[in-house]
Design a binder for this molecule. Structure first.
Ligand SMILES: Cc1ncc(COP(=O)(O)O)c(C=O)c1O
Length: 383
């Protein structure tokens, strides 16, 4: 099975590695390909398709909003924006109830870091080895290993990187110059690596003690993916700033920076801005996604399916499983790429990670028993 060429490289920059399928439509957790295959999508477009494909609630929200008002900027108040804000505040950890709506994960982190610099007047960031925060100037500077593609002549601020779960290194790095400590509670690109609870608690304690802002980057691990609204609730640790994106719009580009009222009140007109962030289509999708998660019991479903994967999928090439909820890393004995290729031959799509022995699962939160059973059977068959 070769990588299918659909002609994109004739017109677009050839910067993406591609899966060997060309989807033409989707329904539920399934993708239909141009050559007529039905492929089980356990990758969800990098964790974006939180409700899978063709979810009636999403289609209804998008259609109704498109018919009534396709766009107006932040220069006017919109009822749908109030609804999205309300849902985000209800979903976020207690105390984080004010959002800045943006368009992507990188933009959310860019603004989160700006908030931390403005609020503290300090100069330095502490981030984790393995962390991924996006490809813009500030988010990229805080991303581990970004020098390969960063390309800007210099980073906008110094960043100290700390090994994951190394509390002593963390205590040395977070100091009186630290504006922000930015962490993904479950590192996505690194391979669904869930941080030790004691380490996450230490992040909170050190940031508070030394006057730095704790930022949770929940662009990938947020929005129900770990079986709680956000990983913050899973760990029982509330950051000063929480960023999210990906699944938040269920496929519509959107992101949010979520903070508490006291911090929000320090900012005013002109401090942040975006044309498209918080547009009506994005807001309608945010409200629909969060309502579906709550009303359709998807957090419970994520926990149940995660447990089923852990129970049944340590088989064939899989040695062990890491991560939380439906952000899981299957550690494979052979290279993950080979396992992913073999799974695709069984019509199952999975992702990779920067760890070459991790197959990453970012399935839609509507995953059902039969889908997990198919994965287990395919792994068993691969051997
Ligand atoms: C944890 C995390 N933060 C930030 C980003 C960047 O998000 P975006 O690609 O929407 O800019 C990603 C994307 O993979 C991510 O996984």
């Amino acid at each position: 099975m070769g990588v299918m060429s659909v002609g994109e490289d004739r017109f677009l920059l050839p910067v993406y590695a591609r899966q060997a399928i060309e989807p033409v439509s989707g329904h539920g957790v399934w993708l239909r390909t141009r050559d007529g295959r039905e492929v089980l999508d356990l990758y969800g477009g990098h964790a974006v398709a939180a409700l899978g494909y063709g979810h009636p609630r999403l289609l209804q929200a998008l259609g109704a909003q498109a018919e009534s008002l396709v766009f107006q900027s932040n220069a006017v108040e919109l009822d749908v924006r109030v609804r999205a804000g309300e849902r985000i505040a209800a979903f976020a950890p207690d105390g984080l109830d004010r959002a800045l709506l943006v368009n992507s994960g990188a933009e959310a982190n860019e603004n989160a870091l700006r908030i931390a610099f403005r609020a503290t007047g300090r100069t330095k960031v502490v981030a984790l080895e393995g962390g991924f925060h996006g490809r813009t100037a500030a988010a990229g500077a805080a991303t581990w290993g970004s020098s390969k593609w960063y390309a800007f002549p210099q980073a906008p601020f110094p960043v100290d990187f700390v090994p994951v779960d190394d509390e002593d290194a963390l205590a040395r790095a977070v100091d009186d110059d630290t504006a922000a400590l930015i962490v993904e509670p479950v590192q996505g690109v690194a391979g669904a690596r869930d941080l030790a609870p004691a380490f996450v608690e230490r992040c909170r304690a050190l940031a508070s003690e030394r006057g730095a802002m704790l930022i949770f980057d929940e662009v990938q691990c947020g929005v129900g993916r770990v079986g709680q609204p956000f990983a913050a609730q899973h760990y029982g640790v509330t950051p000063d700033i929480l960023t999210t994106a990906k699944g938040l719009g269920g496929g519509f580009p959107t992101g949010a920076v979520i903070i508490g009222g006291a911090l929000a009140d320090r900012f005013g007109v002109g401090d942040f801005g975006t044309t498209f962030g918080g547009g009506p289509l994005a807001c309608a999708m945010i409200a629909a996604v969060l309502d579906a998660i709550v009303e359709e019991g998807l957090l419970q479903n994520v926990r149940a399916q995660s447990a089923r994967i852990r129970e049944t999928c340590v088989t064939g090439p899989v040695e062990s499983i890491q991560g939380l909820g439906l952000l899981l890393g299957l550690r494979t004995t052979p290279p993950a790429k080979e396992v992913a290729r073999a799974l695709l031959e069984h019509d199952i799509l999975v992702g990779g990670a920067s760890d070459p022995h991790i197959v990453r699962i970012l399935a839609p939160l509507v995953l059902a028993d039969e889908h997990v059973d198919r994965l287990a059977a395919a792994l068993e068959a691969i051997g």
